[in-house]
Design a protein around this ligand. Structure first.
Ligand code: ADP
Ligand code: CIR
Length: 343
């Protein structure tokens, strides 16, 4: 294990909650699949600028290493160990009004959920042969879809560089994992076992074996958030009927990063907010009030470009999918109102 002194100046939740007492309690523990504390905390140790700093290797580690995970989960999601997760994928339960009916601010909408297969380790722990097996199972299921969700699976290995770069530039495809994911072990054997499925219109996409076994994505231009959610909801139900996902009543859908537990949902818009971008204090205050997160437009840890931001729900656990999308709608509505005021 790397030296814990690396956390000396870190502000990560790992550094906050890996107290001497917790370390002593957990240092010799192992999950049934053989994963240890060092596997879980390596990303935070090698990247002291992490916000969180931990990745799960398998579903069981959330129990075995609960005295580290629980307070991190509680602080990020405001979710207590006594609570149960709940789900609602019904788009008709949204309080829906298009926040940008004239299309002046919202460029595109994307909603994704993460999923992992039951009885397989998570990406940080999975072996190459297990990963290849999950790729086979998932792509076979998706390739059998017809109608609006029908499309084709494209393995990353062997994909032409120009095709790949165009898909990344157009926000459809993932890049090789960043240093946080690399230190977690999520880039092992890259690019084998990874790929993307998408329908013809590229409004329904599934990433296979990026940070989670599946990232199920619905996206389109403009701000019709309800339509994007409806398509996603249908897709999740169809996939779930064929593939058993890792899930429990307490943590909901099990994911590699504890920030994604529960719904594993990130509902986002790319939105033009140059006035707020020039007043980050106000921007952040509104974001905090409405439980939304501000990101750059080329993925997590990227910078904004041309006053365009990625705004998404922050809470994912202990709230339903409908609430996640509602948080984003309400946050975006408030941000647009302020952006207009600042003109
Ligand atoms: P994730 O949603 O998996 O947490 P990222 O923040 O890394 O991941 O974003 C993944 C990709 O999705 C990036 O290319 C990003 O630009 C794109 N993306 C996210 N939200 C939107 C959106 N509303 N419209 C278009 N592309 C988006
Ligand atoms: C970190 O700890 O900063 C990275 N491992 C990413 C954490 C997940 N992202 C997030 O909360 N925005």
């Amino acid at each position: 294990m790397k030296n814990l002194n690396l956390l000396k100046d870190s502000k990560s939740l790992l550094s906050k909650y890996l107290t001497k007492k917790v370390f002593e309690e957990l240092k010799n523990r192992t999950t049934k699949d053989g994963f240890k504390l060092e596997n879980i905390i390596n990303s935070g140790l090698e990247n002291p600028d992490s916000g969180i700093g931990v990745y799960a290797t398998d579903e069981e580690c959330y129990k075995i290493f609960a005295s580290l995970f629980d307070p991190i989960i509680e602080e990020y999601h405001g979710f207590k160990t006594t609570q149960k997760h709940k789900s609602n994928l019904n788009p008709d339960d949204l309080k829906w009004q298009n926040p940008d009916p004239k299309g002046e601010f919202i460029i595109s909408t994307r909603i994704r959920v993460g999923r992992n297969l039951k009885n397989f380790p998570l990406g940080a722990g999975i072996s190459k042969s297990q990963r290849d097996e999950t790729e086979q199972k998932i792509s076979e299921t998706l390739n059998s879809f017809e109608g609006e969700l029908g499309g084709k699976y494209y393995p990353l290995e062997g994909m032409g560089e120009s095709d790949k770069n165009l898909l990344i530039k157009e926000h459809f495809l993932f890049k090789e994992g960043d240093r946080f994911l690399k230190s977690a072990g999520l880039n092992r054997d890259w690019a084998t076992g990874r790929g993307i499925f998408h329908n013809y219109q590229k409004t329904f996409l599934v990433w296979i074996n990026e940070e989670d076994a599946l990232r199920i994505i619905s996206m389109q231009k403009g701000g019709d958030i309800k339509e994007v959610f409806s398509r996603l909801s249908t897709a999740i139900t169809k996939i779930q009927a064929k593939l058993p996902f890792a899930y429990n009543d307490h943590l909901g859908y099990i994911t590699s990063c504890p920030t994604n537990l529960g719904t594993a949902m990130r509902a986002s818009v790319h939105i033009r907010l140059p006035n707020l971008g020039a007043d980050m204090k106000t921007f952040q205050q509104i974001a905090d009030k409405y439980y939304v997160q501000i990101r750059g437009i080329h993925g997590e840890h990227s910078k904004s470009e041309g006053g365009i931001y990625d705004i998404s729900n922050k809470r994912r656990l202990g709230v339903t999918e409908v609430q996640c999308v509602q948080d984003m709608i309400d946050g975006v509505t408030a941000l647009i109102a302020k952006e207009k005021d600042l003109n």
